[in-house]
Design a protein around this ligand. Sequence first.
Ligand SMILES: [Zn+2]
Length: 262
Amino acid sequence: MNKISHYLSFTNKKRILSLLLTAVFVFVFLTPLQAFGATPSKKVVRLASGTKYQTNLYVIKSGKPGPVVMIVGGVHGNETAGYKAANKIKDYSITKGTLLVIPEANKLAIAQHRRYISSMGDLNRDFPRTAYESADNTLSKAIYNVVKTYDVDWLMDMHEGYDYSINASTSSVGQTVIYYPSTSTAKVAKKIANTLNSGISSSSRKFHLLRYPISGSLARSAGQFQKAHSFIFETCSKQTLATRINQQVKAANCLLNELNMR
Ligand SMILES: [Zn+2]
């Protein structure tokens, strides 16, 4: 072997070695990452895209297997603490599973600071009332599709009422966790109420539990027809806004803690 051919063969060996090392790196480090989806990610999906109802869905993936939790605010446009709290939760990072947040479900109603816009009616009565029915309109269809597409395990819908406890004259259900019955949902609902109540001294201002979100509501349809553990969380608008936002966030944190996602 002369000097030049010896040099070429040395260069080739170096090339082959570096290719081999690259292949080993890709196999050892990148393959498992892809196989287990270990890269955390956040993205925004536009629901009812291009329509006047368009609103954001935040998809927060931990990259690790775990529950799919959906948190919704602003289904009713005048229930401010719900959408303010959900807007905080959309910035969360999680340690396992997937967190879906729709902070401002009904943007048109929020802009008017009304429960709903007159042309559409109450969004929380627009979800399927039977297993075979579809949601009533563009916005409720888009939101309900999220429950189905992501196979949501837990759903929390943030609302507000006028009173601390049930009041027939204002049709308020008060400060409540209204859940669709299942053993594990009841357990988490109780945990949320107890956690909130531990900071409330007045017995008339404590949170209580109710079962069966009203027919046509997101929580009812998701619980009854999509097998999600679902509940409505209601704060009382007689409290300051800061207190109510804090209570909504605390309830959401309690749910995520119970699922070991934070
Ligand atoms: Zn409401």
